[in-house]
Every structure is written in structure tokens, then in C-alpha cells.
Design a protein around this ligand. Structure first.
Ligand SMILES: Cc1cc2nc3c(=O)[nH]c(=O)nc-3n(C[C@H](O)[C@H](O)[C@H](O)COP(=O)(O)O)c2cc1C
Length: 158
């Protein structure tokens, strides 16, 4: 398997999910944190899995830009998409549709919502204030490890 997991994380949860996905997929999988300064040689991979987390209703801008900037190449490869967020009742398809460019969503062979975590220890004051109200209203968010495994199985079947 010649696969790249390209992800962005604000507080570490998406990185944890990407790492679990890498383990579930087995050999031949690399992980890279998306950065605006990095150049990618995506053609060398068979499969690219792209993930990020939702903050204030949006995926990280760097993730969206990565998809836009590499769209042509991505449309030639096998693609999987995933997101992390704290709303357990979020509609998976809506999340994916909002987070990634439409053409890529249509092209993707697998997409998933892996749950989320509120990593309070890593938050700055503003992030704590922004999430306090929502966190009180909902049950504690958690990563859905079974969904990550199911996603990995789907990718392995490609
Ligand atoms: C400032 C802030 C804003 C957030 N906004 C949303 C949101 O709009 N919708 C949502 O479902 N989750 C929201 N979350 C929860 C994150 O998506 C969740 O904690 C996710 O697991 C974070 O992943 P990361 O640690 O990889 O950034 C927010 C979290 C923070 C800290």
C-alpha cells in the first residue's frame, strides 16, 4: 500500500486519529502535517487520505487550500476524506460537503467522521471560552475508534 495521510490539527485530536488510521492500515503508509510552506510530490502515491478538524464551523484553511492547490493531481488518485469535530450528532455527509471542495467530495472513494476530543489542556484562553458553553450542553465528545477502523478496512478494499 502506497498511501499518504495528509492532515491538519489545531489541538492534537486529528493527529491522533491520523496516527490510529496509519496503524490500522498497516505497512506502506506515511503521515504528513499539512503546511503552507511544504511542497508535496503526490504523484508518487496511489492513495491520499486528507483530514482536518472543525473549528467555528470550518475545517482548517490549510486543508481546504491543500485540496484546491493539488486538485488536479488528487482527481487522478484514490482519495479518502475525514473530519474530526465535537458534535456527536453532526451529519457526516454535511460535514464532508462543507469541509472539502465539491469536486473532491464527488471523487472521494471513502469519507468519514471520526468524532473528536476537547483537548482543554492545549487550549488557549480564547479557545476555552469559545468551547465552554457548547461543551456544557453536550455529552463529552470522544474519538470513534471503530469508525477509524471501518474507514481503514474500506481503504484496504480499494
Ligand atoms: C475554538 C474551538 C472551536 C470549535 N468549533 C467547533 C465547531 O464549530 N463545531 C464542532 O463540531 N466542533 C468544534 N470544535 C471542536 C473540535 O472540532 C474538536 O475538539 C476536534 O476534535 C479538534 O481537533 P484537533 O485537536 O485536531 O484540532 C471546536 C473546538 C475549539 C477549540
Amino acid at each position: 500500500m502506497n498511501t499518504l495521510i495528509a492532515y491538519s490539527t489545531t489541538l492534537g485530536c486529528t493527529e491522533q486519529c491520523a496516527s490510529k488510521l496509519k496503524d490500522d492500515l498497516g505497512n506502506g503508509v506515511e503521515m504528513v502535517r499539512i503546511s503552507r510552506r511544504r511542497r508535496y510530490n503526490l504523484e508518487q502515491y496511489e492513495t491520499i487520505i486528507i483530514g482536518g478538524s472543525i473549528h467555528e464551523g470550518m475545517i482548517q484553511r490549510s486543508v481546504y487550500k491543500f485540496c484546491e492547490n493539488n486538485l488536479e493531481v488528487l482527481l487522478e488518485l484514490q482519495v479518502g476524506l475525514f473530519v474530526c469535530c465535537m458534535d456527536p450528532d453532526a451529519n457526516e455527509q454535511e460535514l464532508i460537503d462543507r469541509a472539502f471542495p465539491e469536486k473532491l467530495v464527488k471523487h472521494a472513494l471513502s469519507s468519514g467522521f471520526f468524532g473528536g476530543e476537547l483537548n482543554i489542556k492545549k487550549m488557549n484562553l480564547l479557545q476555552k471560552i469559545m468551547t465552554r458553553k457548547a461543551a456544557r450542553l453536550q455529552k463529552e465528545p470522544e474519538i470513534d475508534f471503530q469508525k477509524i477502523l471501518d474507514f481503514a478496512r474500506k481503504i484496504q478494499e480499494l
